[in-house]
Design a protein. Structure first.
Length: 282
């Protein structure tokens, strides 16, 4: 099994979220894919098997399979562009949902753009909101009233908390097992915490204890879900968002988002990609 290593959503040639990419003729057993992802230790590893004109894809975090992963899909787009040329590649998720990724190699640089599955959102009830705040050590006064707590979805589900001040993001900490139980009980990939610097520029952090990782450096699925939620709220996004993530971990990441005004439609998520040497950030 040949494993390729990329950092997706890198920023100015640095940082990015590491992902393993495995292009294969057919999927090995689930236990093999799970063990491979655990051994790599990245937040996700994507396995892609070509079937006709499409690629079937499956994503594994260190402790479990996840339905969709944005940064691993961006890494996959770069790998496909290197292997088969620039272009748009149809993908099929494990549940049969079709998406696409476009990979580009240009002047030695790698980038990719995906279109996410459909989006949806719903407000968080008071009890769940209180529990999230307690696990992460925040209070109701810390919340941005313009973006109420919500359960959001863009291929994977997330709990979202928007903070009034950027300082709240910098102080993020939580007890891992409490966070893991929260995410597993609510069936979400991450708990996302964001701060709106402007209407089109967000700072983000995503706790990912449910997948066996304390924090995810860049969360493309979360970016798509956030964009869908803001669209549902009537937020003045103007069709684009810039989401900066990972800087609190020393791993700067930038996620570019484009969307139209049609509720529920998939979100376009783009980013730069760096190939990693021996699986390590260069």
């Amino acid at each position: 099994m040949h494993i390729q290593h990329f950092a997706a959503f890198s920023r100015d040639g640095q940082g990015g979220n590491p992902a393993g990419v495995v292009l294969i003729d057919q999927f090995p057993g689930d236990e093999v894919m799970q063990r491979t992802a655990a051994d790599l230790g990245y937040s996700e590893t994507v396995f892609a098997a070509q079937q006709g004109s499409q690629w079937r894809v499956r994503y594994f975090a260190p402790t479990s399979e996840v339905p969709f992963c944005g940064h691993a899909t961006i890494a996959l787009g770069a790998a496909l562009a290197e292997a088969h040329g620039n272009g748009t590649y149809p993908l099929v998720l494990h549940d049969g949902t079709p998406i696409v990724v476009e990979g580009l190699v240009q002047d030695g640089s790698l980038s990719a753009t995906l279109r996410s599955p459909s989006t949806r959102s719903q407000p968080l009830d008071a009890q769940t909101t209180a529990r999230v705040l307690a696990v992460f050590g925040y209070h109701h006064d810390d919340l941005d009233p313009r973006i109420p707590p919500a359960r959001i979805h863009g291929g994977a589900s997330h709990l979202l908390i928007a903070l009034r001040d950027a300082e709240g993001l910098a102080s993020l900490q939580y007890e891992f097992e409490a966070g893991r139980q929260l995410m597993l009980e609510h069936g979400v990939a991450t708990v996302g915490l964001v701060h709106a610097e402007t209407a089109q520029r967000f700072l983000a952090r995503h706790a990912f204890a449910g997948g066996g990782v304390y924090e995810d450096p860049a969360t493309g699925a979360g970016a798509a879900a956030l964009a869908g939620y803001l669209r549902d709220l009537g937020w003045p996004h103007g069709g684009t968002l810039e989401i900066l993530q990972g800087q609190h971990m020393g791993v700067p990441c930038r996620i570019a988002v484009r969307m139209n005004a049609r509720p529920g439609e998939g979100i376009q998520v783009s980013g730069e990609v760096r190939r990693l040497v021996a699986g390590k950030l260069a």
